[in-house]
Design a binder for this molecule. Structure first.
Ligand code: SF4
Ligand code: F3S
Length: 247
């Protein structure tokens, strides 16, 4: 049976182009039927009530990663969050933390993409370019399954307390992406390419608080990646020391 109810959506409004106006909550009363997601409500508000409301969204299917925000205090994707699951009929929407707000629920993702680029998030090959696609066994594909699922939504980045304390921290998503390529049987990046994250603001800045794992809507575990990257760095260092002693 489809049930309907009126909900109050309190949305944090702000415009970086009008910095003299402090952020404020604006309330919208919307009739919600069961099955409606937070994103559907946002679309309805923008289309029928207030065309000035700004938010990002695209696929509506938890694939594009555009609609990450804070929903009743929890970081999640608006498109996969059912309104009817809330205990209260008041829903508070805020932009992702750890980013500069551009307008309303739209944040400036530049620092996130800068960290992402830093890890060279693509296959690196040293062998000659093959004529056909490079075969990958089912077993090898399984090793990267969870990391391939990352949709770059930045929920983990918004949830990580180190990002706020340490500007320039690599962050969980970039680390997970680097691990994805290191584990990929087709990738041939040299072992010393890991050195780019072997810094106080690289993998060593993580305090293993696991909030990135809790926030991830795709069950990626960035902390696992960070711990593995650290292990690899230590292993490389040992190998280097042992190698130099043998000479
Ligand atoms: Fe989003 Fe998860 Fe990827 Fe982080 S690891 S960007 S939370 S999908
Ligand atoms: Fe941040 Fe995740 Fe580490 S929340 S501190 S990257 S475990």
């Amino acid at each position: 049976m489809i049930r309907s109810n009126y909900y109050t959506f309190k949305i944090l409004r702000y415009d970086a182009k009008d910095p003299l106006r402090e952020p404020y909550f604006q309330s919208y009363h919307v009739k919600v039927v069961s099955g409606l997601t937070v994103l559907s409500v946002l679309n309805r508000i923008r289309d029928e009530i207030d065309g000035t409301l700004a938010f990002r969204a695209s696929c509506r299917s938890a694939i594009c990663g555009s609609c990450a925000m804070v929903i009743n205090g929890k970081i999640d994707l608006a498109c996969r969050t059912q309104v009817a699951t809330f205990e209260s009929d008041t829903v508070i929407l805020e932009p992702l933390p750890n980013f500069e707000v551009m307008r309303d629920l739209v944040v400036d993702m530049t620092p996130f993409w800068e960290m992402y680029e830093q890890v060279q998030p693509y296959l690196i090959r040293e062998s000659a370019v093959p004529e056909k696609e490079i075969y990958q066994s089912e077993k090898d594909r399984k090793k990267i399954d969870q990391f391939v699922n990352c949709i770059l939504c930045a929920c983990c980045y918004g949830a990580c307390p180190v990002i706020a304390d340490e500007p320039g921290y690599l962050g969980p998503a970039a680390a997970a992406k680097l691990e994805r390529f290191i584990l990929d049987s087709r990738d041939e990046r040299p072992a010393d390419s890991l050195e780019s994250v072997n810094t106080p603001k690289g993998v060593w800045a993580c305090r293993t608080v696991f909030r990135c794992i809790d926030a991830c809507p795709k069950d990626v575990r960035p902390t696992d990646a960070i711990v593995n990257l650290r292990k690899n760095l230590v292993k490389n260092r040992f190998n280097m020391i042992l190698g130099s002693k043998k000479k």
